[in-house]
Ligand binder design. Structure first.
Ligand code: NAD
Ligand code: LMR
Length: 320
C-alpha cells in the first residue's frame, strides 16, 4: 500500500494562548510538511516568527475570513482552538454564545475548502461544538463522522500526570483512558483500565476522579482571570495532531481517546479510545470493562451530554 509521507496541518485560532505554542510544537515536528496558521489577528507575525525555525514545515500566516480559502485549501488536518476561554466562576457552557458561531463559521470553511480534512476541535464547550461542526458539515453534504473529533487528550494527559504523581510512577509510562465528554461530570477517567494497573482506596479514587474532572477549573482559578489551560493544552493538542499525522502516514495501532459521533451509549457523541486510520476513526474500541463506580459515572454523564449535544444541534438547525 502507498501512504503519503507529507501532512499539511492548519491551526485555526493560531495567534491565541493555545494556538501559538501548539503551532510551535507542530513546526518542530518532521511529521508536518506544511503548517498553515489562521486567525482573525496577528498571524503574519506568528508565521514570520515560526518560519525562522530550521525545521521542514513550510509555514504561512492567514488573517481574517477573506483568507480562509488560502489557509485551508489542501489541508489534511485542521486543529481548531479558536474562541474565548473561561474566567473564574464560568462554566464551559457559558462560552457557548461566543464560541458556537466561531466554530460554525470555521466548519463551514472546512466544508468548502478542505472537505476531506480530519478536524480536531479544541474550542469549548467541546460537548456542544463538535455537534455544531457536525451539523454544519451535514448541511454542506461533506459530513463523514470518521473525520471529526473533540480533542479530549488533555484529560488523558492530566490523568496520567496525577496518577503517576500519586503512585510515584514515570508519567511517560502511564496511560489512563478517559471517556465521556469534556466538562465536569462528563469527564470519566477509567482508572480501572490504567496501565500499569493501579489501585486506590474508595475515597482516594473519588478524590482523584474529582480532581481530573475539575482540573480545567484548577487552572482557570490559578490564572485568576487571564485565561485557561494553554501550555498543557498545546502539548495535548500536538500529541493528538501527531497521532492523526501518523495515522495518515499509514502507521498502525495509533490509539487516542476523543469525543466522536458514537453508538456505544445512548449519547450520540461519546469519547472512547479510538484506533485511528488514514480516514480518521478506523475502529471505536468502546468502553471496555468498567468498574461499577465507572458505570455509575457513565450513567450520570449521559443526560448532561445529551443536553449539550441537543443545544449544539439546535444552534445550527434552528437558526437557519
Ligand atoms: P485565546 O483567547 O488565548 O485564543 C483564542 C484565539 O482565537 C485568539 O487568537 C482569537 O483571535 C482567535 N479567534 C477568535 N475568533 C476567531 C475566529 N472567528 N476565527 C479564528 N480565530 C479566532 O484562548 P485560548 O486560551 O487559546 O483558548 C481557546 C479555546 O480553547 C477556548 O474556547 C478554551 O475554552 C478552549 N480550551 C479547550 C481545551 C480542551 O481540552 N478541549 C483546553 C483548553 C482550552
Ligand atoms: C480545560 O479543561 O482546561 C479546558 O477545557 C479549559 C477550561 O475552561 O477548563
Amino acid at each position: 500500500m502507498c501512504f503519503q509521507k507529507n501532512v499539511k496541518v492548519a491551526v485555526c485560532g493560531a495567534s491565541g494562548g493555545i494556538g501559538q505554542p501548539l503551532a510551535l510544537l507542530l513546526k518542530q515536528s518532521p511529521l508536518v510538511t506544511k503548517l498553515s496558521l489562521y486567525d482573525i489577528v496577528h498571524t503574519p507575525g506568528v508565521a514570520a516568527d515560526l518560519s525562522h525555525i530550521d525545521s521542514p514545515a513550510v509555514t504561512s500566516g492567514h488573517n481574517g475570513p477573506e483568507n480562509l480559502k488560502d489557509a485551508l485549501s489542501g489541508m489534511d488536518v485542521v486543529i481548531i482552538p479558536a474562541g474565548v476561554p473561561r474566567k473564574p466562576g464560568m462554566t464551559r457552557d457559558d462560552l457557548f454564545n461566543t464560541n458556537a458561531s466561531i466554530v460554525r463559521d470555521l466548519a463551514e470553511a472546512c466544508a468548502k475548502y478542505c472537505p476531506k480534512a480530519l478536524i480536531g476541535i479544541i474550542s469549548n464547550p467541546v460537548n456542544s461544538t463538535v455537534p455544531i461542526a457536525s451539523e454544519v458539515l451535514k448541511k454542506a453534504g461533506t459530513y463523514d463522522k470518521r473525520r471529526i473529533f473533540g480533542v479530549t487528550t488533555l484529560d488523558v494527559v492530566r490523568s496520567n500526570a496525577f496518577i503517576a504523581e500519586a503512585k510515584k510512577l514515570d508519567p511517560r509510562k502511564v496511560n489512563v483512558p478517559v471517556i465521556g465528554g469534556h466538562a465536569g461530570i462528563t469527564i470519566i477517567p477509567v482508572i480501572s483500565q490504567a496501565t500499569p494497573s493501579v489501585s486506590f482506596e474508595k475515597n482516594q479514587l473519588e478524590a482523584l476522579t474529582l480532581r481530573i474532572q475539575d482540573a480545567g477549573t484548577e487552572v482557570v482559578k490559578a490564572k485568576a482571570g487571564s485565561g485557561s489551560a494553554t501550555l498543557s493544552m498545546a502539548y495535548a493538542g500536538a500529541r493528538f495532531a501527531f497521532s492523526l499525522c501518523k495515522a495518515i502516514n499509514g502507521e498502525s495501532n495509533v490509539v487516542e481517546c476523543a469525543y466522536i459521533a458514537s453508538d456505544i451509549t445512548e449519547s450520540p457523541y461519546f469519547a472512547t479510545p479510538i484506533k485511528l486510520g488514514k480516514d480518521g476513526v478506523a475502529d471505536n474500541l468502546g468502553l471496555g470493562k468498567l468498574s461499577s463506580y465507572e458505570q455509575d459515572l457513565v450513567q450520570a454523564a449521559i443526560p448532561e451530554l445529551q443536553k449539550s449535544i441537543k443545544k449544539g444541534e439546535d444552534f445550527v438547525n434552528k437558526s437557519s
